[in-house]
Design a protein around this ligand. Structure first.
Ligand code: FES
Ligand SMILES: [Fe+2]
Length: 398
């Protein structure tokens, strides 16, 4: 049984958090401070991004033994490696000597050992200390006692997740009901053929809330509305730390592209329903997974400040498309690049609005039930229930 340790409550007005947790139809959005206050941002870095599973990128970017990459996780950073046996590892990114970072955050290396740039302590790709210059024969110095601090890591359908708390429990257990939705798309088998990085002047939650509703689509997404009816589809009722729903393609439209035409190949695991719909899923706290008939688009959000988020967006296709000499992923990439920029523009405006000293939490429309699910997940976290731990326990009980 996974223990359900509580965490300190977030530095927010408890009445505002309680208002967000009222039943759907009566609730309010999170208090504006949740989006603008650096103290709340620090709490989230520690307890959301560093306190459970967080996505740190794509397995394809760490494909070979010796690949190393330092990535932000919560308030600090983590060094990812792939060892000689092909096994992924995650280590707290500090040297056991005097704490120097093993790689600067954002940096990469391809090397058969981890070498600290300060005094050259050298570790294996599995984190064991191999050599500490000058310590050989020192009394009482045992190399085996000075290995790197290792954290749980999982390759979930080609996405790498790290558990900064070390105690969140197996990700597959917490996401067990999402598995059956994602598995037919085989995201781990697909090849990345398009990438964009965006730097949005918006809180990460504003971006996620925007992802969870199409109430705004008729106003800002004319291209999207031409291929997918904004009021179509339904949202799921997850039992774990994810939120999502599906939408239809209009008759005659094959996929989400400017003219509704696919220039790729249908994903072979999909049934009739899968070929007529698009599934939109958010895995807490920072993955937006958009499952199309012929490609998977993934956004990974890295919060940089209360009002700034780095968004890495990739488009992945069936490997068989590479046999088409003229394959061009632009039909998918351009459509979503236009739509992404429309979304980020709206979110940046929301961020500016919420930073007014007169901002007050608003209500949710009946079409915003997935936003409600996400907001209540966040609010329960603010109130002291660790999002991943709580759900792992629920999954075990079910
Ligand atoms: S801090 Fe790494 S070798 Fe000294
Ligand atoms: Fe949108």
């Amino acid at each position: 049984m996974v223990s359900q340790a509580r965490v300190p409550v977030a530095p927010l007005d408890p009445a505002g958090v309680a208002a967000a947790l009222r039943p759907f139809g009566e609730s309010r959005m999170l208090p504006p401070a949740a989006y603008v206050d650096p103290a709340v941002f620090s709490w989230e870095q520690q307890h959301f991004f560093g306190g459970g599973w967080t996505c740190v990128g794509f397995a394809a970017d760490l494909a070979n033994p010796g690949d190393q990459r330092a990535v932000p996780v919560g308030a600090g950073s983590v060094l990812l490696t792939r060892d000689d046996a092909g096994v992924l590892h995650a280590f707290a990114n500090f040297c056991r000597h005097r704490g120097h970072e093993l790689l600067p955050c954002g940096g990469t290396a391809q090397r058969q050992a981890i070498v600290c740039p300060y005094h050259s302590w050298t570790y294996g790709l599995d984190g064991e200390l191999r050599t500490a210059k000058g310590f050989k024969g020192s009394q009482g110095f045992e190399e085996t006692a000075w290995g790197l601090v290792e954290l749980p890591i999982t390759d979930w359908h080609g996405l790498i997740f790290v558990d900064g708390s070390g105690t969140a429990g197996p990700i597959s257990l917490a996401l067990h009901d999402l598995e059956e939705l994602v598995t037919p798309y085989e995201p781990e088998r697909l090849v990345i053929r398009g990438r964009h990085s965006y730097d949005a002047a918006s809180n990460w939650k504003v971006l996620t809330e925007n992802y969870h509703e199409c109430y705004h689509c008729p106003m800002i997404h004319p291209e999207l509305c031409r291929v997918s009816p904004p009021k179509s589809g339904e949202n799921y009722k997850p039992s774990g730390p994810w939120v999502g729903g599906w939408m239809d393609l209009r008759d005659g439209m094959q996929t989400m592209s400017l003219d509704g035409v696919s220039h790729g190949l249908p994903l072979p695991g999909l049934d009739e329903q899968g070929l007529r719909t698009v599934i939109y899923v958010n895995v807490f706290p920072n993955v937006l997974l958009s499952l199309h008939p012929d490609y998977v688009m993934t956004h990974v959000l890295t919060p940089l400040a209360a009002d700034r988020t780095l968004i890495e967006c990739v488009w992945a296709f069936a490997p068989e498309v590479q046999q088409k000499a003229d394959f061009d992923p632009g039909y998918a990439v351009e459509f979503w690049d236009i739509t992404n920029r429309q979304d980020w523009g709206a979110c940046e405006s929301v961020q500016r609005g919420l930073s007014s000293q007169h901002a007050i939490a608003g209500p949710l429309s009946p079409d915003e039930d997935a936003v409600y699910q996400f907001v209540t997940q966040v609010a329960r976290g603010y109130a002291g229930d660790p999002v991943w731990h709580a759900d792992a326990k629920a999954a075990i009980a079910s």
